[in-house]
Design a protein around this ligand. Structure first.
Ligand code: ATP
Length: 355
């Protein structure tokens, strides 16, 4: 049975005349890993800071563990936080940094030492206690920041773009490490990011934010495969868009260039004959040429071929539109050629109609 641990209810935030978070509602289960994903300036950090208690909501309330914390100070909320900048105390050793919150809470030294050792083992830096932050790599500093946040055993972990200052390889390995520590401790976590890959790979659920609102809340699978708005469809993953005109609403048939495609029942969502539609397809839903089981085909011309190693990304002009698709590299068959006339195939059931 899942149990709501954090509840954000009708929260709004304005700075002066400018509203930056609007009517935000979210229930987070105990132990869940949630990402706030969205472009710069959409209000992710402001929402996180309200959960932390650094900003006061203009309206609405925030409940943690069934208790209304809207008017409580950050240190009364039992949260741990990690920021983008490493924010370790430069004049304290790693062990002293990790012990910081324990000391503030008045934990006896022997107990604090044991907890620090436990935390350093969890972040896999057991022998780094005596080092200073400047003697650590960026990734190591972020792991120490995580250990420091987790040492007082908070009930809620808030992570504000903790990986964005790190190089790509470290970022990927730290993603996995954070997720595995989070799972091991079972700590409810909110992770702010503008990186869709990070959100898709780490989260139980993602809140896609746009212009201060939660556009869609869902599992990575739902967000990617069933985006509920144009914004979500475009922001998460690569999207190919084809223009179509409804030819027969009763059968959900749409004309694209010179061909007719019959979409899923109900996909037109009330559109009438002659209405123009944006039809979206992920690259992996399209194959080059004809293929059994793919019920729809369109004619096109190859406009670009990029050899990426294991896959070849092919761009195909289809009427006024262009679509990208990937084919697997095969060392024994020649790659597609720019300028070639071709067919693309897909299943009508994979077409998303963007409203
Ligand atoms: P980023 O990824 O760039 O950090 P974000 O989605 O986290 O973006 P926020 O930092 O929450 O966005 O900012 C949302 C909006 O609120 C921005 O337009 C920002 O300028 C504004 N804002 C944030 N803090 C304040 C403040 N203290 N006073 C006035 N405006 C603010």
């Amino acid at each position: 049975m899942s149990e709501t641990f954090l509840s954000i209810q009708g929260v709004r935030k304005a700075f002066g005349q400018t509203t930056v978070v609007t009517d935000f509602n979210l229930d987070v289960d105990r132990g869940e890993f949630i990402s706030f994903l969205g472009p710069s300036g959409c209000g992710k950090t402001t929402m996180l800071r309200m959960v932390a208690g650094f900003e006061e909501p203009s309206a609405g309330r925030i409940m943690i563990g069934g208790k209304d914390v809207t008017n409580l100070k950050p240190n009364q909320r039992n949260i741990g936080m990690v920021f983008q900048a490493y924010a370790l105390f430069p004049n304290l050793t790693v062990a002293q940094n990790v012990a910081f919150g324990l000391k503030v809470a008045g934990m006896p030294k022997a107990e604090a030492d044991a907890r620090v050792a436990e935390m350093l083992a969890i972040i896999k830096l057991p022998d780094f206690g005596e080092r200073y932050p400047y003697q650590l790599s960026g990734g190591q500093q972020q792991r120490v920041a995580l250990a420091r946040a987790l040492a007082p055993k908070p009930k809620l972990l808030l992570l504000d773009e903790p990986l964005s200052a790190l190089d790509a390889k470290v970022r990927v390995s730290l993603r996995e490490e954070i997720r595995s520590i989070q799972k091991k401790l079972g700590i409810t976590t909110i992770f702010v990011t503008h990186d869709q890959e990070e959100a898709l790979s780490m989260s139980d659920r993602i809140v896609v934010m746009y212009d201060g609102r939660a556009e869609q809340v869902g599992s990575p699978f739902e967000i990617y495969n069933r985006p509920s708005t144009k914004f979500v469809a475009n922001f998460v993953g690569t999207l190919n868009v084809l223009d179509g005109v409804v030819s027969n609403p009763a059968t959900a048939t749409v004309r694209v260039n010179d061909r007719e495609i019959t979409l899923k029942k109900g996909a037109l969502n009330g559109a009438k004959a002659g209405d123009t539609l944006s039809l979206a397809l992920r690259p992996e839903a399209i194959v080059l040429g004809k293929q059994a089981g793919r019920d729809s085909t369109l004619g096109g011309k190859i406009s670009d071929v990029s050899f990426l190693g294991s896959v070849i990304r092919v761009r195909v002009g289809v009427g006024k539109n262009a679509v990208s698709l990937d084919t697997f590299n095969s060392p024994t068959s020649p790659p597609p050629v720019v300028g070639e006339e071709t067919e693309i195939s897909f299943s009508a059931g994979d077409v998303l109609v963007l409203h």
